[in-house]
Design a protein around this ligand. Structure first.
Ligand code: FES
Length: 109
């Protein structure tokens, strides 16, 4: 099943003005959501955060100290996960090598 690549005005109510261009959102894998700016974000307490950058990175991992904006706090987690994955792969390879050595020792010459 493929996702639609473009939406038409199917969910737009008649009162909503039609915008010339759609706002582009780009979710990065295991990172922030990039939004074409400028943006205004209404926070849960009603305050408005405004950012005039051409592209704004919004935190999706909830670790940012500058919420709602990404402060790259997601990166240490990615590095840690990569290190753990490499460690697991190394341990698996060592176990496989060990089993191959045992199999060679048992094999008749
Ligand atoms: S996505 Fe970057 S700090 Fe959360």
């Amino acid at each position: 099943m493929s996702l639609p690549t473009e939406r038409t005005e199917g969910h737009r109510s008649p009162e909503q003005p039609q915008r010339a261009e759609a706002t582009r959102l780009t979710p990065l894998r295991e990172g922030p959501l990039l939004v074409e700016g400028p943006v205004e974000i209404v926070m849960p307490d009603g305050t408005v955060e405004r950012c005039d950058r051409p592209v704004v990175a919004l935190c999706m991992c909830r670790r940012s100290l500058r919420s709602p904006f990404c402060d790259t706090s997601h990166r240490p987690r990615l590095r840690r996960e990569r290190r753990e994955r490499e460690k697991e792969e190394k341990a698996e390879k060592a176990e496989k090598d060990k089993q191959e050595e045992k199999a060679e020792e048992r094999a008749p010459e």
